[in-house]
Write a protein that binds this ligand. Structure first.
Ligand code: 9MR
Length: 367
């Protein structure tokens, strides 16, 4: 009887100590509130969370493997795309000169880190030297000359990276954005203007001959717009019916916080997959800039909306994993994106301006 208060006191002390120890363990644990690693102590990267789904890629430049950014790249991604340096104007600036060094540097660093490399891009209206499609007086070259130059370019570039680059965006953005369903091709494209559509099957054939193991893609944006989607679908269907070696479709996914809808993303995946093509999201980012919004800050409202959008998109990607063979982000972190223009920042990625995972990141890995 006499000892009871002491026992109670001891019990209370023991309980307090146990609780304190539990709180300390919880706070210092690398496991975050959802039972997943968080912050600096996290040993897992995006690619690890998605290892049973699809490779996670990123668009990089020749210096993206340096320093802290390099660590972030290697930890989170297992695929890279050269943001610019494999494009015709950069890799083949003059008729008799190829500039391999920047792309070779990226490929070597990616290989050393065990990452896959996507090739981007062999034929596009932009970032293509004027010398390719124009003569000395600035007039368009003949169809024969244009085709010969294209063949030489594609054969040389694909051969150079044979066995190192596993897939190629052979043709980029040829479909018109016009709301007119009958206006199929982008008529500002110099290759199309000179050759008509006849160059399209040929470029796939040349790429295939140069590397029969390479997976060949058509790559475009606004692929969730029903009219544009229909045109892309029709072109791909026709090419496949002709026996053209085309194996996949790259849906760029330059999205914003309101577009596209969950159903539109699903519909695009299903529609293109119904052609027997592999689907990759090749240039994913979700801009927070909108015409109506004048704020330059990454406000809590934007943070929440973007987080919800990313959560929705990755839910669909996981659901459709059997049809998807890659998801690539266009740039590494909010430190720098092609969307940052006119003094405005777009904050479109999963890592912030300090290279730290954003709230959207934690939603993407929470499943
Ligand atoms: O991110 C690329 C940017 O650095 C270039 O200035 C720009 C030139 O047009 O191309 C950007 O990448 C594009 C990609 O190659 C094709 N799809 C659209 C991308 C964003 O414009």
């Amino acid at each position: 009887m006499k000892n009871k208060p002491i026992l109670i006191r001891t019990g209370i002390t023991l309980l307090s100590v146990t609780l304190l120890v539990a709180v300390i363990i919880f706070l210092t644990s690398s496991k975050g509130p959802w039972g997943i690693d968080s912050g600096q102590q996290d040993t897992k990267g995006l690619k690890d969370y998605y290892k049973n789904f699809f490779p996670i890629g990123v668009a990089v430049g020749p210096n993206s493997f340096d320093g802290a950014t390099g660590e972030l790249v290697k930890k989170n991604f297992n695929s890279v795309t050269c943001e610019n340096v494999m494009k015709p104007a950069l890799i083949h600036p003059e008729q008799n000169r190829y500039n391999w060094e920047p792309a070779d540097k990226i490929v070597a660093q990616a290989q050393a880190a065990g990452m896959k490399v996507r090739g981007h891009t062999l034929c596009w209206h932009a970032q293509t030297g004027a010398w390719m499609t124009k003569d000395a007086e600035g007039k368009p070259v003949s169809k024969e000359v244009a085709l010969a130059r294209l063949k030489e370019h594609i054969t040389t570039v694909v051969s150079h990276f044979k066995g190192k680059v596993y897939c190629w965006d052979v043709l980029n953005e040829i479909i018109s954005d016009s709301a007119n369903v009958n206006k199929m091709y982008m008529d500002t494209d110099p290759w199309f203007n000179i050759c008509g559509e006849e160059y399209i099957p040929k470029i796939y054939q040349w790429a295939h001959e140069a590397d029969p193991d390479a997976i060949l893609f058509y790559n475009d944006y606004n692929t969730e717009n029903p009219v544009k989607r229909e045109k892309i679908y029709n072109m791909l269907k026709k090419l496949l019916a002709q026996g053209v070696p085309i194996h996949g479709v790259g849906l760029q996914a330059h999205w914003n916080m309101n577009n596209p809808t969950e159903d539109q993303i699903r519909e695009s995946i299903d529609k293109f997959a119904s052609l027997g093509l592999k689907i990759q999201f090749t240039e994913l980012d979700v801009t927070t800039i909108s015409r109506r919004d004048t704020s330059r800050a990454f406000t809590p409202e934007k943070e929440k909306k973007q987080m919800e959008f990313y959560k929705m998109a990755f839910k669909v990607f996981r659901e459709k994993k059997d049809k998807i063979t890659g998801v690539t982000f266009w740039n590494v972190s909010d430190r720098g994106s092609w969307l940052d223009r006119g003094g405005r920042k777009a904050y479109p990625l999963l890592f912030d301006t300090n290279n730290q995972p954003k709230k959207a990141y934690w939603e993407v890995v929470k499943f």
